[in-house]
Design a protein around this ligand. Structure first.
Ligand SMILES: Cc1cc2nc3c(=O)[nH]c(=O)nc-3n(C[C@H](O)[C@H](O)[C@H](O)COP(=O)(O)OP(=O)(O)OC[C@H]3O[C@@H](n4cnc5c(N)ncnc54)[C@H](O)[C@@H]3O)c2cc1C
Length: 446
């Protein structure tokens, strides 16, 4: 097949960003607004999806409490407004000597037709920001029977299946089968915990919309299953205890020290030999970076496929290639190990690289990136938000919960919106959603 090199403005420094998520899209937007707009560099974003959705809200799509269409950002329009180029496609390879990114043909998943062929993009600076995936650790049955929450399409699919399960149970005259209306969430990190609380709220709302043959307390069971000794294992113990107490108050069955050995069409098997019946299974455990990174022309990766980077966010084997966000194993300066895969890390990486790429163009030495830990917050739907604020910044942590915590939790998304849209558009978008709220059901029904 004939390959075309995409190098229209050869004189300019070519910045190619792969992955338009929490980190990559902020970076492309801000570099486009500065360098792209003034003609100082050509900024290209390669992304395999058509629209961007901020991943920390995916569990709310799954529960139906957030509508994808009101929050999705169209890459093509965003690139037009912010002076960068968007090229749809999936990066599959790299040639570091020729400085080429290889992109697979883009096939429309619904129509099956080829939209764009195989392509090669030449770069002077490459930033890889392809995020992470769930790690099923090879557990049998996960790919066939469980739903993963990695993309908006998967979250929407889960929501459809949840609504279908409720409508089916309501319509049926025969007694419910043991697995019917039972949900198993595997992995009690922030995603699993937040999803459990959100689903409690959603199922009650759905039933209140007229599915009155279902008694939520009797018929619906939410199981949260965790292999480790406590939920929210990566977060402070107080958060874990507080979240568990609230979930148990909501009648969520929390199982710790429970390792899943297989997922079947009717439930989940545990290492203890016990089976938990479940009609809907969500796999929210483990994190790994996409596998293609481990074969990326000799770049160094760790055991979960993250690209190993220096404090400058340059990959260890190639100073022209940077990695940011979840796919980067970035050192946590002043502490042991690497920074966690979080939205605030991706946001800070993007902000740092905006300045560093400008320095690179001026041939100035790059500065190291330092993680500023603003703490962790976990939203338990409408019931509560708990967390610790400021983390290492104040040399300790400040416990917060309730409305203030909810507001702080939402502010992380506002920061992302501000980086993408600026102040006015963010204010207008927030106001429009607020005003439209009374006209919409509180839970999406389709
Ligand atoms: C359900 C859920 C809830 C979460 N909740 C929180 C939370 O409350 N707080 C928090 O801090 N973090 C949370 N996280 C983690 C947070 O979403 C991530 O840390 C953050 O999105 C990482 O940003 P990123 O830019 O590295 O990757 P992403 O935001 O994942 O973006 C990666 C992008 O790369 C694209 N891509 C992937 N592979 C390719 C390829 N080969 N070629 C082209 N494009 C590609 C993807 O389509 C995607 O758009 C949550 C994650 C999930 C899944």
């Amino acid at each position: 097949m004939r390959q075309r090199k995409h190098t229209s403005i050869d004189a300019l420094h070519r910045i190619v960003i792969v992955g338009g998520g929490a980190g990559g899209l902020e970076l492309a937007t801000r570099l486009g607004d500065t360098l792209g707009k003034r003609g100082l560099a050509q900024v290209t974003l390669i992304e395999k999806a058509r629209t961007h959705f901020w991943k920390p809200h995916l569990h709310e799509i799954a529960a139906g409490t957030v509508d994808l269409n009101t929050h999705a950002v169209d890459y093509l329009a965003q690139s037009h407004w912010h002076c960068f180029r968007y090229r749809m496609g999936e990066m599959t390879g790299l040639d570091r000597v020729r400085r080429e990114v290889h992109v697979a043909p883009f096939i429309d998943p619904d129509e099956g037709e080829e939209v764009a062929g195989q392509r090669v993009f030449v770069y002077d600076t490459l930033v890889i920001a392809v995020g992470s995936l769930n790690n099923d650790f090879g557990t049998p049955g996960v790919q066939e029977h469980a739903i993963l929450l990695e993309t908006p399409a998967q979250a929407e699919r889960f929501h459809r299946r949840l609504v279908n399960a409720c409508v089916r149970a309501h319509a049926q005259t025969a007694p419910l089968r043991p697995e019917q209306l039972q949900v198993a969430i595997i992995g009690a990190g922030a995603t699993g915990v937040e999803l459990a609380a959100e689903l409690h709220q959603t199922t009650r709302t759905l039933v209140s919309y007229g599915l009155d043959r279902i008694d939520p307390e009797r018929d619906i069971r939410l199981n949260l299953i965790e292999a480790g000794p406590r939920i929210l294992g990566a977060l402070p113990e107080r958060m874990s205890a507080s979240a568990r107490a609230l979930l148990e108050e909501l009648n969520v069955r929390v199982r710790t020290n429970a390792r899943v050995t297989a997922v079947t069409g009717t439930g989940v098997q545990l290492a203890s030999g016990e089976t938990i019946p479940a009609e809907l299974v969500v796999w929210a455990a483990g994190v790994k970076a996409p596998e293609f990174l481990a074969q990326l022309d000799g770049l160094e990766t760790n055991r979960i496929n993250q690209l190993v980077v220096h404090p400058t966010l340059q990959t260890t084997h190639d100073a022209n290639v940077f990695a940011i966000g979840d796919c980067a194993a970035a050192p946590w300066l002043g502490r042991e190990g690497t920074v966690p895969p979080r939205a605030q890390v991706a946001h800070q990486h993007a902000s740092h690289l905006v300045k560093q790429i400008r320095r690179r163009l001026l041939d100035q030495p790059l500065q190291p990136w330092r993680y500023r830990d603003f703490g962790s917050l976990v939203s338990l739907g409408k019931y509560s938000t708990v967390g610790n604020l400021m983390g290492s910044l104040i040399g300790g942590s400040l416990w917060i919960e309730g409305l203030f915590a909810r507001w702080m939790y939402q502010s992380l998304y506002k920061l992302h919106e501000l980086a993408l849209h600026g102040t006015w558009k963010t204010v207008l978008g927030t106001a429009a959603r607020f005003l439209a709220r009374p006209t919409l059901p509180t839970v999406k029904l389709h």
